[in-house]
Structures are given as structure tokens and as C-alpha cells.
Ligand binder design. Structure first.
Ligand code: CU
Length: 152
């Protein structure tokens, strides 16, 4: 009888530990997700060095959101967009066409356009406007590889 009682107490203890551990790991996975405004106070505009910005942006992690903020055409004569480039070669040469347009000129106003970094992989972004001049001369391009959660 005594052995059964100890066994029951022990299994109850184990169950509680599993629940606590599960709660803790879930917390680790979701509590740290941040929204990072691309360019900080500068936002997403022509002539700001986004390679430089991303190198100083601090830890960018899997599940974080990158938020692109830029004004819409009526209030801004220089519309912007957000393109997810196909690879790092296309980033270097500003080749936009095989990329995917994530947000058009009207999607950067208000809270901005948020993109979730779901995986531990390289993501390269550029502005798709002006026949790639915003990407080339305007420096509106950068790549980021979000850190795995264990490193965040
Ligand atoms: Cu642009």
C-alpha cells in the first residue's frame, strides 16, 4: 500500500514537472518575438544605408517581425515597396524580377508592413521602385539571417 502511495505521488510530481517544462519552452518560443522597425526612426526610404543599419540592429531572431514603414504616394512623391529577393546574388546585383513583391507603395503607411522571419535562413529585401535605382543608388537593400531561438 505504501509503495503504491509513493508511486502515485511520484507520478503526480512528474506530471507537474512536464507541464511546467512545457509551459517554459512555449514561453521561450513566443515571449521573445519582437517587432523591429527597419531603419529605426529613419524608416524605409531612399538614401539610408540598410546594410549598415542591419549590422547595428542587434539580435534579430526567428519569429521576429521586420516592420517596413514608408509613406503612401499621395503624401510622398517617392513611393517605395518591399521585395523579397530570390538569393544573395540578386541582392548584390539588385536583380528584382525573380523576387516576390511583399508590399506595394500603399502598404507601408500607418503601422507599416510586417514580415515574419519564420526560419533560420537568409532573407534579402529590397525596394522594387525606380527600375532598381532605389536598390542600387538608394541603398534600399539588406540581408538578414535570424538567429535560432537558443541564441536569442
Ligand atoms: Cu524605394
Amino acid at each position: 500500500m505504501e509503495a503504491l502511495k509513493i508511486y502515485r505521488q511520484w507520478s503526480f510530481f512528474c506530471l507537474i514537472m512536464v507541464i511546467l517544462l512545457w509551459g517554459w519552452t512555449m514561453n521561450v518560443e513566443y515571449a521573445d518575438a519582437k517587432s523591429i522597425i527597419v531603419g529605426g526612426n529613419e524608416g524605409w526610404h531612399y538614401g539610408y544605408n540598410y546594410d549598415d543599419w542591419v549590422s547595428k540592429a542587434g539580435k534579430i531572431c526567428v519569429n521576429d517581425f521586420l516592420v517596413f514603414k514608408y509613406s503612401s504616394p499621395p503624401s510622398s512623391p517617392f513611393p517605395h515597396s518591399v521585395v523579397l529577393l530570390k538569393n544573395i546574388h540578386n541582392y548584390r546585383a539588385c536583380i528584382l524580377s525573380p523576387g516576390r513583391v511583399l508590399a506595394g507603395p500603399t502598404q507601408g503607411s500607418g503601422g507599416g508592413y510586417a514580415f515574419k522571419l519564420k526560419k533560420h535562413q537568409n532573407y534579402c529585401f529590397a525596394c522594387g521602385m525606380g527600375n532598381a535605382t532605389h536598390c542600387n543608388a538608394g541603398l534600399m537593400k539588406f540581408c538578414v539571417k535570424p538567429k535560432v531561438l537558443a541564441e536569442c
